[in-house]
Design a protein around this ligand. Structure first.
Ligand SMILES: NC(=O)c1ccc[n+]([C@@H]2O[C@H](COP(=O)([O-])OP(=O)(O)OC[C@H]3O[C@@H](n4cnc5c(N)ncnc54)[C@H](O)[C@@H]3O)[C@@H](O)[C@H]2O)c1
Length: 461
């Protein structure tokens, strides 16, 4: 099928590349010309395991193109994905101006006598499906086209533009986005148009049948078909639930710290209960990234708009804000005065296997350490090589873990990169002023760290 994906960030680029790998003809559109040029040259502007390889092979097979020409993309695609960012505003609401611009742009460029499916893949406030429909119609009106909705009655002249809007929320995790796209737990399709749903089901057939999955014999991927608002709500409810699960476990960790229990043992003990499940039970220094913070805040805001005080979700956010400072409190407890001390951060990104720094807990830690007069150094497998570090203030980004450890009074493990399990910690301890490590993700082995000469402090253990 012919597909156009508008917005080539973590979601859009991965979607476009994976759909082209699955056999569809895809054009990815972005209004950032520099990014488009980079992608046209075969390079990915983001880091995601496996993405560059698939991108190159789909480009060679001539199933994947990049452009900044929205008109060409809209003409090409039977299915048009909107995958632009919806960052948070200071009020907690989502900033939907990029979605608005794209929806109007699609309307202005919809060709006559063709049917298009317009898919919201961006996470948008509940009710945005109808809003996008309105904006597409506005865009079309502004470009003086005659309009009829899908299945609409014939008017004086023959129908010229027909389209339906679908909400198809994205659940991929940064760091395993390609894997998640080919191995999803479910696909959610929300629309009021059966023609659109049928086309979306056809589009996703290779994925539903697990043709590119790790386990090809696994049962088909469940497709959940809903109305527009329910699909939009599913995305928010899923992220709010996961964020709440982590905040819950962080609260338990803080109580463990006080009563002398070990939260890692508690997590194992409760995770074996099938009603609870063993995922998202790791205590640490809190959640961050581009999705959880903004999506939970946006849901609180939506509830507020409709006269409901979402107290549990507010507590989820409050617990997380406090949790981000737990490593700092532990540093103060161990080192007392932080002024004039050197603290090394192992990891900067909000999670491993990504280059994404949006709302990363490391940023808040850097800010507070600076305020308290400590010198901050960091090493991150991706950030240290990528040059992103050039834009970071208040932190010296080192090129390797040993340079990081040199002259530090403490290390804090911020991101659980796999390679941090196997560093030469004995050598690193020898280079430090004080071999203290705060394991902000309960990721390292206490005994091994102690054998290497470290004083080990975890979270809730
Ligand atoms: N990142 C994730 O893990 C994730 C997961 C699920 C859902 N989402 C949601 O998906 C959406 C996209 O997120 P992301 O992280 O990929 O965003 P991103 O910021 O990485 O990428 C957005 C892209 O859209 C482009 N863009 C902006 N305005 C444009 C326009 N008018 N025309 C063409 N391109 C335009 C930008 O240049 C950028 O490349 C958001 O709503 C987000 O909440 C993200």
């Amino acid at each position: 099928m012919r597909v156009c994906v508008i917005g080539t960030g973590y979601v859009g680029l991965v979607t476009g590349v994976c759909l082209s790998h699955a056999g569809h003809e895809v054009i990815c559109i972005d209004n950032n010309e520099e990014k488009v040029k980079l992608m046209q040259s075969g390079q990915s502007p983001i880091y995601e395991p496996g993405l560059s390889e698939l991108m190159k092979s789909s480009m060679e097979a001539k199933r994947l193109q990049f452009s900044s020409d929205l008109k060409a993309g809209v003409e090409h695609g039977e299915i048009l994905f909107i995958a632009v960012g919806t960052p948070p505003l200071p009020t907690g609401e989502s900033d939907t101006r990029y979605v608005e611009a794209v929806a109007r742009g699609i309307g202005a460029n919809l060709p006559e006598n063709s049917y298009k499916v317009i898919v919201n893949k961006s996470t948008v406030p509940i009710g945005s499906g109808d809003w996008v429909r309105m904006l597409v119609l506005d865009g079309a009106k502004e470009s003086k086209k005659e309009l009829v909705g899908a299945g609409g009655a014939a008017v004086a002249e023959a129908p010229k533009i027909t389209f339906d809007v679908v909400s198809n929320p994205e659940f991929l995790r940064e760091g395993s986005a390609v894997y998640d796209t080919f191995n999803p737990d479910r696909i959610v399709l929300g629309s009021n148009g059966s023609r659109a749903i049928a086309l979306m089901e056809e589009l996703y057939t290779p994925i539903v049948e697990r043709q590119f999955a790790e386990d090809k014999a696994a049962p088909q991927v469940p497709v959940v078909v809903t109305d527009l608002s329910s699909a939009e709500m599913i995305k928010y409810a899923a992220n709010a639930f996961l964020a709440t699960k982590i905040s819950f476990m962080n609260e338990v960790a803080n109580i463990c710290d006080r009563v002398g229990a070990d939260v890692t043992q508690v997590g194992k003990g409760i995770g074996l209960d099938s009603r609870i499940g063993n995922k998202f039970l790791n205590a640490g220094i809190g959640w961050g990234g581009s999705c959880f913070p903004k999506d939970v805040s946006a849901l609180v805001h939506t509830a507020d708009d409709y006269g409901y005080d979402a107290e549990l979700l507010k507590a989820t956010i409050d617990v997380n804000s406090r949790q981000r400072l737990v490593a700092l409190e532990k540093l103060q407890h161990e080192l007392k005065i932080l002024k004039g001390k050197v603290v090394g951060l192992l990891g900067l990104t909000f999670k491993p296997d990504t280059d994404d720094m949006r709302d990363a807990p490391a940023l808040i830690m850097i800010e507070h350490l600076n305020r308290l007069g400590a010198r901050v150094k960091a090493f991150d497998p991706i950030v240290s090589q990528s040059g992103i570090s050039n834009g970071m203030t208040g932190v010296i980004v080192e090129t390797d873990p040993e340079r990081l450890a040199d002259s530090c009074d403490a290390l804090v493990l911020v991101t659980e990169w796999k390679q941090f399990l196997d560093l030469d910690y004995t050598k690193m301890a020898g280079l430090m002023n004080d071999p203290l490590i705060i394991d902000g993700r309960n990721f390292l082995h206490r005994e091994r760290m102690e054998q290497a000469g470290f004083r080990y402090v975890g979270i809730g253990r």
